[in-house]
Design a binder for this molecule. Structure first.
Ligand code: SAM
Length: 189
C-alpha cells in the first residue's frame, strides 16, 4: 500500500498495474536504472514483450542486471540507441509506451533527454501506439532545457485531434522546486 498517492511515480505505477495485461507489447523509451522496465517485464508476463531504449551503457547495464536478478530478462529487448530511432527497431503495434525524461539518477547529469529527440520520438510513439493504447510521460523542468522540452511536448499534445487521442496533464499546483509533470495520452480511435 502506498502512503502518498499524489505523487507522479506512484500514479505511474498504479496506472501501469491497472492497465498492462499479460501478452502486451510495451516500450520503455528511457530505461535509466530499470525500475519501470522491471515492473513492465513483470506485468506483460511470459507471453509479453518489452522494448527498452537508453543512450548510456551504464543505464542498460544496471537495467540488465536488475532484470536478470528478477529472472525477467528473456522477455526484454534492450537497445542502445536514442529513442528518436524507435521506428528503426519496432515494426509491431504497441499497447503501452513510457517516458521518464531528464537525466539518469546516480549518473552523469549532463546527459539528458532534449526537446529535439524527445519530439521526434513522441511523433513515432503516436504512430506505433495501438488503439486503446496508452503513452505516459513524466517531465521535469528543474534542469536546463527542461522547460523548453516541456513546452514542446505540450504544444504537440495540444495539437492532437480529440477524435483520435485523449491527452491529459497531471500538474501539481501548490509545490515549490519544479515538481514533475505527468502527461497521459490514450489513443481512442
Ligand atoms: N525510468 C528510469 C528508471 O526507472 O530508473 C529513469 C529514467 S532517467 C530519468 C532518464 C534516462 O533517459 C537516462 O538514463 C538517460 O540516459 C536517458 N536518455 C537521455 N536521452 C535519451 C535518448 N535520446 N534516448 C533514450 N534515452 C535517453
Amino acid at each position: 500500500k502506498y502512503k502518498d498517492i499524489v505523487n507522479t511515480n506512484v500514479i505511474v505505477k498504479n496506472i501501469m498495474k491497472n492497465y498492462i495485461k499479460n501478452g502486451y507489447r510495451v516500450l520503455d523509451c528511457t530505461v535509466g536504472n530499470g525500475n519501470d522496465t522491471v515492473i513492465l517485464a513483470e506485468l506483460v508476463g511470459e507471453s509479453g514483450k518489452v522494448y527498452g531504449f537508453d543512450i548510456q551503457d551504464i543505464a542498460l547495464e544496471r537495467t540488465k542486471e536488475k532484470l536478470i536478478g528478477f529472472n525477467l530478462y528473456d522477455r526484454v529487448n534492450l537497445i542502445k540507441d536514442s529513442h528518436e530511432n524507435i521506428i528503426k527497431y519496432i515494426s509491431e503495434g504497441l499497447d503501452f509506451i513510457i517516458y521518464n525524461l531528464g537525466y539518469l539518477p546516480r549518473g552523469d547529469k549532463s546527459i539528458k533527454t532534449n526537446e529535439t529527440s524527445t519530439i521526434k520520438s513522441l511523433k513515432q510513439a503516436l504512430k506505433l501506439i495501438n488503439k486503446n493504447g496508452l503513452i505516459l510521460l513524466t517531465v521535469y523542468t528543474g534542469h536546463e532545457g527542461g522547460n523548453s522540452e516541456k513546452d514542446a511536448i505540450e504544444s504537440l499534445l495540444i495539437s492532437l485531434n480529440q477524435k483520435e487521442f485523449n491527452a491529459l496533464k497531471f500538474d501539481f499546483i501548490n509545490q515549490i522546486n519544479n515538481p514533475p509533470m505527468l502527461y497521459a495520452i490514450e489513443k481512442s480511435n
